[in-house]
Write a protein that binds this ligand. Structure first.
Ligand code: HEC
Length: 176
């Protein structure tokens, strides 16, 4: 009887230790809080303020219409481009464009990148056309930060400064 009692006590103690909780059910070390490759940062809570610079992004509703998205893009036109169009900025933009945009928009910006060709309903836009070239830098910044209906956002792949370099490149190298 004493043995059984001690066994019960030991089992109860074990139940509250990590050994009991981890064996044999919890072997999935992949499932952790750490940010995995290709995973974006957890969106900030509404009203949160970055304490180390950066940006806060209000969450867009998943069912946002194209018109609502365009209205937000127009509002963003007033965001000034803080990076002057220097040779260095354009060169950096070229590198980043090659890394992030070429797959869809193609080296000449025509929208014919290898992945771009798979788009069925709407192709990646030709960045040489007036539609893009006539947009204010702030509106392009909005597109890179928030994405479009089909185009993913690039705020996790490109930091704020990098996005402006890409915009300087797209504006100086493409177009008529
Ligand atoms: C995975 C494919 C893909 C990648 C990568 C991609 N785009 Fe796009 N992009 C698209 C598609 C598709 C559209 C048009 C359809 C849409 O509106 O979603 C588009 C549209 C655009 C537009 C026009 C947005 C508007 O005002 O309607 C711009 C500007 C643009 N892309 C720039 C870029 C730049 C710069 C990069 C690199 C940082 C990039 N894209 C990366 C697929 C892509």
């Amino acid at each position: 009887m004493r043995h059984i009692a001690s066994l019960v006590v030991i089992l109860l103690l074990l139940a509250y230790t990590s050994i009991a909780w981890s064996f044999p059910w919890n072997k999935d070390f992949v499932d952790q809080l750490a940010i995995k490759a290709q995973e974006t940062l957890t969106p900030a809570e509404p009203d949160s303020v970055p304490i180390e610079g950066g940006e806060t992004l209000p969450t867009l509703p998943a069912d946002i219409s194209e018109e609502e998205m365009d209205a937000l893009k127009d509002t963003a036109a007033s965001i000034p481009n803080p990076i002057p169009v220097t040779a260095e900025s354009v060169a950096r933009g070229a590198e980043l464009y090659t890394m992030t945009c070429v797959v869809c928009h193609g080296t000449e910006g025509l929208g014919d990148g290898p992945v771009g060709l798979f788009f069925d309903t709407k192709s990646p836009v030709d960045l040489n056309e007036d539609y893009t070239q006539d947009q204010a830098d702030g509106s392009l910044f909005f597109t890179l930060t928030r994405g479009r209906a089909l185009m993913p956002f690039y705020r996790d792949a490109l930091n704020i400064e990098e996005r402006w370099h890409v915009i300087n490149y797209v504006k100086s190298e493409f177009g008529p």
